[in-house]
Design a protein. Sequence first.
Length: 127
Amino acid sequence: MTYTVLIVDDSKLARMSLAKALSTLHPDWHRVEAANAEEALQRFKERSPEVVIIDFNMPGKDGVTLAAELHESDPTTSVAVISANRQVGVIDRAEAAGAVFLAKPVTEKALGDFLISVLKKRRAGSE
């Protein structure tokens, strides 16, 4: 099955890095990018992605706040918040928002593990 993944990060380089890893892991999946929360909300409405990967530190609305909004809008969407800030408070906020926390820089293995958990969750939900 093909999924759509929304990558949200104000850094073009970070988006490119995630897109490259995603292409290696799942070349048939669609990628959509956004540079901030407002763009992300628009892309989310337009594309209804199954997976969203959000940077924690962005100008304006932070990634956890955006994750909570997306989770409230569609609880079936799998969301990961990424950050180099590995403080327990950030991780707890991400989890409370219904997201998984991934440490930056996101490795291909960490991304792959997250995507495997997404696939398992979706398969279990369709049974």
